[in-house]
Ligand binder design. Structure first.
Ligand code: ADP
Ligand code: MG
Length: 641
């Protein structure tokens, strides 16, 4: 009888090694780039000084990684291709402070189960030595044979997915797969400047990167991998606080991109895509980045391996910090400080000279000078910004406070034109520009401040100025808006965030987790001008809000605060919203287009810009000024050609 047979015939059996490895490969080896990544990581772990990656047909036909590392001895070779075989950790304690890129002992076994893999290695200095190993059959038995190889290892992966047709079907075009490999290569090459790298595709060299640990050679490598414009519009950052060290390059806000593709963050040399890190970076750029744009950066965070857990997921590039908050604060404050300093400066010349691009990163090719003949677009922009102020009518509890703040703000910027900007004695040399066009040939233009001296106004929209390098164009509304905004923020920092009680406290349903968090974060929340009482196991009571946000929706504000607190351990919702309000007020209160300014006023604006943090960008992240060098102008007119 069938039932009886079924009961005695065992149904459970152990998978043969190849099948087990193929299943594991399904997770780790999703495409050729994953193979390249694993092989490169092995080469790095082997203390190599030189790593060469050779690819054919997008990696589907061949991926070969060759290194000059420590090699694998003959006795170890049979194990290298088997699963759960590694030389990198021995016990659980090792996992805590693991400082190799690999440690799972799975990669070679997985890859060789879905391709024709041959590993050749020599752990001795004699180049006549060396052995090759391949895994054969369903049991994946290692077959070892002598094969001379210089000291180091070559792993050759041919015909990826030849025995797993379902996987093979998912391969994209050769170009796409190679682009992924190149990206994997890029990340690794950015992580180790002391290693020499080569990448070849279909026998053509794509990257050849000499080693070098000086700042200049690092920048050359970044330029080779990410383009010259990246490094031209990036600023070097280096900061250490206690055990945390951050270094690298952050792109200037005006050199942002439409995609989040040039964002590299390394934690102890390992590339990471982590939401805590991403959040801290986003917050730091919030105030300077145009809506929907993405910053570019190559950043290195070095921490004690004990305080970070890299054993989170084999392919997701996530890490877990023991003290996420401290890391978040450190990243935010370091980047925020670095980005605050984006203003016209004396040394701005070095960044942009010969670059045919403006100081603020807007490309400007000779013959394609875009702004002069496009006034309609420019003026439309101002109308769109001329939105009404948010303060609500008196019946709202916060209205009086907002009005008072607004009065302070208006005092800063009274309406009559002469005192448009904080009055200050004009710099003595400023008088030069009061003279008629002869001033164009000012005797000592190199003595001019970074933004130079005003020459006049263009269609009521732009200020033209002359500095040592040539012509400076300033979008006066955008610039003034930033100046006013930064001033208001500074004022607010000095006075602190005022809390204002709600007339009727508002009760809010919350999860137990949120309630617990409010309990432990009470002090931090209070500091932001928000008072939350715990009114029940799942109920919160909003008692006070920041006076400036009295018109805000309390529920939405509190919810987003709690959400951020929970996800990242920190919240900047209150600050962000207050800044948003200030930004709107600044926009409203700044010089409109078509406002006639005197030369003194223009010069005062230029000097204000030089003093104001973040003044290279307006509150919306657009550039406030641009430079046309004499060389660029010469080219525009084909002079000297
Ligand atoms: P893991 O890297 O997690 O240890 P792998 O399957 O990637 O696992 O590699 C298995 C072992 O083979 C490594 O632990 C290492 O000892 C050895 N190995 C692999 N590639 C190389 C290499 N390029 N040079 C030296 N040893 C290597
Ligand atoms: Mg490995």
């Amino acid at each position: 009888m069938l039932e009886t047979n079924a009961a005695v015939t065992p149904k459970i059996h152990v998978l043969d090694p190849r099948l087990a490895n193929q299943i594991a490969a399904g997770e780790v080896v999703e495409r050729p780039a994953a193979v390249a990544k694993e092989l490169i990581e092995n080469a790095i772990d082997a203390a190599s000084r030189r790593i060469e990656v050779e690819v054919e047909q997008g990696g589907a036909r061949l991926i070969r990684v060759r290194d000059d590392g420590v090699g694998i001895g003959e006795a170890d070779l049979p194990l290298a291709l088997s699963r759960h075989a590694t030389s990198k950790i021995e016990n659980l304690d090792d996992l805590e402070g693991v400082n190799t890129l690999g440690f799972r002992g799975e990669a070679l076994a997985s890859i060789s189960s879905v391709s024709r893999l041959a590993l050749t290695s020599n752990a001795l200095d004699d180049p006549r030595e060396g052995f090759r190993v391949m895994a054969e059959g369903r049991g994946m038995e290692a077959r070892v044979a002598p094969a001379p190889h210089p000291r180091g290892t070559s792993v050759e992966v041919r015909d990826l997915f030849f025995n797993t047709p379902a996987r093979r079907k998912f391969l994209r075009t050769e170009k796409t797969e190679f682009a992924h490999i190149e990206e994997a290569f890029r990340r690794q090459a950015l992580s180790r400047y002391d290693i020499a790298w080569t990448l070849r595709h279909n026998r053509k060299t794509v990257h050849q990167l000499p080693p070098g640990d000086t700042p200049a050679s690092r920048e050359r490598r970044i330029a080779a991998l990410l383009g010259k414009t990246f490094i031209e519009h990036a600023r070097y950052i280096e900061r250490q606080v206690g055990e945390l060290r951050l270094s690298g390059w952050v792109g200037l806000p005006t050199h942002s991109r439409g995609q989040a593709d040039q964002q590299y963050f390394f934690v102890n040399g390992r590339v990471v895509r982590d939401r805590l890190v991403a959040h801290a970076v986003r917050q730091a750029y919030r105030d300077v980045l145009y809506n929907g744009r993405h910053p570019v950066f190559v950043l290195y965070l070095d921490v004690d391996p004990d305080v970070v857990d890299v054993n989170v997921h084999p392919t997701k590039h996530e890490v877990r910090f023991r003290d996420g908050r401290t890391v978040h604060d450190f990243l935010f404050s370091s980047l925020n400080r670095c980005l605050a300093d984006t203003r016209p400066a004396e040394n701005a010349d070095e960044e942009t000279v010969d670059a045919d691009v403006s100081a603020s990163g807007v490309g400007m090719e000779p013959g394609a000078f875009p702004a002069l003949d496009a006034p309609p677009a420019a003026s439309g922009r101002f109308e769109q910004q001329g939105m009404a102020l948010a303060p609500a009518p008196d019946r709202h509890p916060g209205a009086a406070r907002v009005r008072r703040f607004m009065q302070g703000y208006q005092a800063l910027h009274p309406d009559h034109e002469d005192t448009l900007l904080t009055p200050q004695p004009p710099a003595s040399s400023a008088h030069a520009v009061h003279e008629p066009p002869a001033a164009m040939a000012a005797p000592d233009p190199t003595a001019a401040p970074p933004l130079g001296f005003a020459l006049g106004q263009l269609h009521g929209v732009f200020i033209l100025a002359q500095n040592a390098r040539g012509l400076v164009l300033v979008d006066m509304h955008a610039a003034h808006e930033r100046i006013v905004y930064e001033r208001m923020k500074r004022q607010l920092d000095e006075t602190g965030i005022d809390a204002q009680p709600l007339l009727v406290p508002m009760s809010l349903a919350a999860s137990r987790r949120e309630v617990a968090m409010v309990e432990s974060e009470q002090a931090a929340i209070e500091k932001l001008g928000v008072t939350l009482d715990i009114a029940g196991p799942e109920t919160l009571l909003v008692r006070q809000l920041p006076a400036l946000l009295a018109t805000a929706d309390p529920e939405a504000l509190v919810r987003s605060m709690l959400e951020e607190l929970e996800r990242y351990g920190r919240t900047r919702q209150v600050e962000a919203r207050i800044h948003e309000l200030l930004s709107t007020m600044a926009c409203h209160g700044s010089v409109r287009a078509n406002r006639r300014l005197t030369l003194d006023e223009m010069n005062a604006l230029l000097r204000d810009m030089e003093r104001t943090e973040r003044s290279d960008q307006c509150n919306h992240g657009r550039p406030t000024w641009t430079q046309m060098s004499m060389q660029a102008l010469d080219r525009l007119f084909l002079r000297g050609q």
